[in-house]
Design a protein around this ligand. Structure first.
Ligand SMILES: NC(=O)c1ccc[n+]([C@@H]2O[C@H](COP(=O)([O-])OP(=O)(O)OC[C@H]3O[C@@H](n4cnc5c(N)ncnc54)[C@H](OP(=O)(O)O)[C@@H]3O)[C@@H](O)[C@H]2O)c1
Length: 357
């Protein structure tokens, strides 16, 4: 890793993901001379504690990126569309957590243990995938590289923290209201989220899928470098605070047994197999919350696909950490470590081989 101390900005620093990003930057020892916390005008002047140190939040404006080497954006697509190019034009490299740039063919979309080499060709913006795509890609990579994959069906069970701070508060308020015998009021979601399962995440598209489902389908293909991969998805919001779960069915090209699949999953860095159903051991949201790994279990043959080419399994991960902040920081470490912190066109040949070190 570089010995150069970087000026790092977090945009959306007061949000659920932004706060986790600041924490993870500190935990992992990213070399920082300055941590600049940015949010909307509403939060400017607010004092936030990170790692026991007080930081005053600034307003996210184009000028705020002067002198910034690296910016982690997590303030929604509108802000990213507006400010990421402004930051990049000032020589800053942006790691963007919104959906604004993910499907732009000139922007790499990276899961750290799946396609790190794509970071080489960035031109100032690198996209961080959707949280549900993030936990799916490492396990699909294991199957792609072992027996090949033909078709994927994934159904998600997504926590409210994936929507942000207001949704976390809404679930809590609805549970309290129910316990107190008071009416449940829904404002963030179209229906009460407490004691419910809502099959609507993001807006509906013309073909009946939601934007969240389309993101998972398209991003999975881009990250795995399999533009023709057949993928279908149903995305569901459930009353869990942190960590998304997914039921995944995969049709493989060659046959594969559950044992071989478990071995392949366990060989991926950051993937942990928890699979002993007889002892009630399988991945759980409550155990994944606060962790950086992707957990996989309930691995079994899918008998609806012939010749042993079908697998079913359950994947769980913390959407705020691996699903957002941790992967963003891992991308930062990757760019720093490989001398790719600057856009490819700004890199000197010496810089490309590690002049930052
Ligand atoms: N939560 C997840 O699991 C997850 C995973 C992957 C991606 N994402 C994406 O990450 C982004 C943020 O998610 P979140 O869960 O952290 O949301 P959140 O808790 O609602 O926080 C939103 C953040 O954005 C800031 N913001 C809003 N409008 C702004 C503006 N005009 N200029 C500058 N900052 C502005 C807010 O600042 P104020 O406090 O000043 O309003 C706050 O810091 C979204 O794009 C989301 O899709 C989230």
């Amino acid at each position: 890793m570089t010995s150069r101390q970087l000026t790092v900005a977090v945009v959306g620093a007061t949000g659920a993901v932004g706060r986790t990003m600041s924490e993870v930057l500190g935990e992992r020892g990213v070399p920082m001379r300055e941590l600049r916390l940015l949010a909307s005008e509403r939060s400017a002047g607010r004092v936030v504690e990170v790692d026991g140190r007080s930081h005053t939040v600034g307003a996210a404006t184009a000028a705020a990126f002067e002198g910034v080497d690296l910016a982690l954006f997590s303030a929604g697509s509108t802000v990213s569309r507006q400010l990421a190019p402004e930051a990049a034009a000032r020589g800053c490299t942006v790691i963007d957590n919104s959906s604004a740039w993910r499907m732009d063919p000139t922007v790499p979309l990276i899961v750290s243990q799946v396609n790190p080499d794509d970071g080489e060709w960035h031109e100032g913006i690198v996209a961080n995938p959707n949280c549900s795509t993030m936990q799916l890609a490492p396990v699909l990579m294991a199957l792609r590289d072992t027996v090949g994959i033909e078709r994927v069906v994934v159904d998600t069970y997504q926590s409210v923290s994936g929507t942000g701070g207001r949704a976390i508060a809404e679930l809590e308020e609805q549970v309290r209201a129910h316990a107190a015998g008071q009416p449940i009021v829904a404002s963030v979601y179209p229906h009460p989220i407490a004691f419910n399962a809502i099959p609507e995440i993001d807006v509906f598209t013309e073909d009946g899928y939601t934007r969240e489902e389309v993101k998972i389908i398209e991003e999975t293909r881009k990250i795995l470098h399999r533009p023709e991969l057949r993928v279908s998805c149903t995305a569901v919001r459930i009353p869990v605070f942190v960590a998304h779960s997914e039921a995944v069915h995969v049709e493989t090209i060659e046959p594969i047994t559950p044992d071989r699949a478990r071995e392949a999953f366990a060989s991926v860095p950051g993937v942990i197999v928890r699979d002993d159903p007889a002892s009630h051991v399988y991945p759980l949201a409550t155990e994944a919350a606060g962790r950086d790994e992707v957990f996989v279990g309930r691995v079994r043959q899918d008998p609806s696909i012939p010749d042993g080419r079908g697998l079913a399994f359950w994947v769980v991960s913390d959407n705020l950490r691996k699903g957002a902040a941790t992967n963003a920081v891992e991308i930062a470490e990757l760019l720093i470590g490989r001398g790719w912190i600057e856009a490819r066109s700004r890199r000197s040949p010496v810089g490309a081989s590690g002049a930052l070190a």
